[in-house]
Design a protein around this ligand. Sequence first.
Ligand SMILES: *Cc1c(COP(=O)(O)O)cnc(C)c1O
Length: 229
Amino acid sequence: MTDIGIAENLNKVKHRIAAAGTEAGREAGSVTLVAVSKTWHAGHIRPALDAGHVTFGENRVQEAAGKWPELKADFPDTRLHLIGPLQSNKVGKAVALFNAIETVDRPKLARALAHEMDRTGSRPDCFVQVNTGEELQKAGILPKEADSFIAACRDDFGLPVKGLMCIPPMEEEPSLHFALLAKIAQRNGLSGLSMGMSHDYEIAIEFGATLVRVGTAVFGQRPPAPVRG
Ligand SMILES: *Cc1c(COP(=O)(O)O)cnc(C)c1O
């Protein structure tokens, strides 16, 4: 992928987001593209920054902490979203680095985030991840526990909860999951909806996504994951 290729991909995706928004009767500018740069090194991400893109997604705290400080120094307006599971012992690093944490999914983590936000005064936007497919191996609060967990995040822990996030099961029709997430958000008075990836972001926009997390369609096919010890 050349630098120009990445800028072109960004343009294409942004046009498709705008078109899907118009089609769905959404207000212009109501959908933010989170360009998912996980696994890519700084040199591969830079063309997107040079092209003026500001919002990026990473799924590992350690990896993001390695490559983003240098990029953020050159592009201080950058906004980083954590879209992967967060372990309680990485909460300090995560709160320091990320502008949004999209994967709040259990009381222990909510408590640790609240404690760290109070301690530092940094308050990244929080999204509650919902396991809409009720998949055993997947992170996220179960749909039937979502209302009480959202209430606890807001009222007990005082987290700045902006919305919900989901990753539908691979083999299922995503629209059912997007509709469920939108319904849970609506009944809890939440306006943020992080849903939709490279293969289904236009459908997600139809169902009300305010954030779409798109990696492959912007940066190209990711190299196979390295073996991690
Ligand atoms: C990797 C990832 C994405 C982006 O996936 P693509 O199919 O490459 O667009 C979106 N959301 C999450 C949570 C991811 O881990």
